[in-house]
Design a protein around this ligand. Sequence first.
Ligand code: C2O
Ligand code: CU
Ligand code: CU
Length: 494
Amino acid sequence: MSTSRRRFLKTLGATAPALILAKPALAIGHSSTSSTDAFTITSAGTVAVTPFQQALNIPPEAHPVSMDMQGRPIYELTEQNATVEIIPGLQTDIIGYDGMTPGPTIRVNANQEVIVRHINESDIKTTTHLHGGHMPTGNDGHPVDLLEPGTSKDYLYTNKQLPTTLWYHDHAMDATGRNVYSGLAGFYIIEDNYERSLRLPSGRNEIPLVIQDRTFAADGSLIYKNTKSGEKGDTVLVNGTPFPYVQVSNTRYRFRILNGSNARVYKLALSNGAKFIQIGSDGGLLEAPVSRAAMVVAPAERVDVIIDFGDAAIGDQIILKNLAAKGGPTSEIMRFDVTKRRMERSILPTVLRSMERLDPAAAVITRRWEFDFVGGEKPWVINGLPYEENRVDAYPQVGTTEIWELANISKVGHPIHIHDVMWQILDVNGKPPGPHDAGWKDTFKIPPNGTVRVIGRFDDYVGDINDIKSAYMMHCHILEHEDNAMMMQFIVVE
Ligand code: C2O
Ligand code: CU
Ligand code: CU
């Protein structure tokens, strides 16, 4: 479906002003005094950023540039190489959507079909996957459905699903880890009138937060070590800002938190001992809010939470901590500075959205998938096999319900992600999940030597058994495990 160079040039010509507006300002001539306050250079030659020196970036929201013949809004995102200032006074080369990282946030209504036109102006081949999205085959960003530099593709998103926090990111074969690390990720939020009627915190009180760890060399460049075990950095970025602070009022805020890291698992907690009120997970609202003192969030998982700053005093500074780091630079993530007094306008409902429970008795099949480490060139395998482009491992039938038994027989945890539809966890090592994990999910933490059973229904969108690009993927979301073969594909059939 990639368009020709000619069409690309035409497209580009028609939209040139928008592209220029979308370009981020390149930072120039920062004074060296501010940079010495902002960071030091470690003995290993990497940058150690001083925490809480920079205000949190909030990605801009994208607006449709036009409409297609069917009246569908068309959004445009352009993959670009860019140089940006992430560490004050240093320049970092990235690849970002519209030249920024994270890319612009797309916000749509459930059931409103939209087109997202990706224009690849970068120097790499790209394919874009809308993580958690349920859309017709061919639009899912298959790893080999690549856009060459200088081409573009229209992705059709039907948004026929429950409102939730999705994210789009690169999914290129064998290079997803490097490409996402370079900056190719952004938010995609689906809403509906019911959710708006709940009067959860919104507007300036609703902030998406993507947490990503990176390592920077002394010259500001990104260091990607390209290990097969999973890339971990020593600098935590939130929305592209290292260890930021954000000024908040003494009211409730809704934070849509995404772990967008390649491999790092966080255990989030607040330094004042306050609890998160979790209202949603990967696939949308929970049935009721759940209070949590700490939340373990693996790569690609989303936790939709409310933090109530209503009890805080003006002047309080509350740190979002990562208890999983047990000290060290990644043990703190960002800081909330309570600086303003405001009236509370939101409501914290006791009931959120009722949920259809899938019935295990309705499942037509149980498929078992074993995740293992075998070493060698393609060390990470599923059912003993590394990913192979022309092999399809399952042909679920549209309209049917299946149970998938995700069994980790290796010594490390794997966040396993299934494309296409949302699932419900039946049990983790034989025990039913806690209420925070009982909603719709697309990414599951499979503990070492543990088994998670999930149930899902292949509602619609049939593929073509002769077209590999119509397959959906299942893979580990530690991106270096995915790139090193812990991935399989399935085609939904009639
Ligand atoms: Cu978020 Cu197949 O990926
Ligand atoms: Cu996905
Ligand atoms: Cu893994």
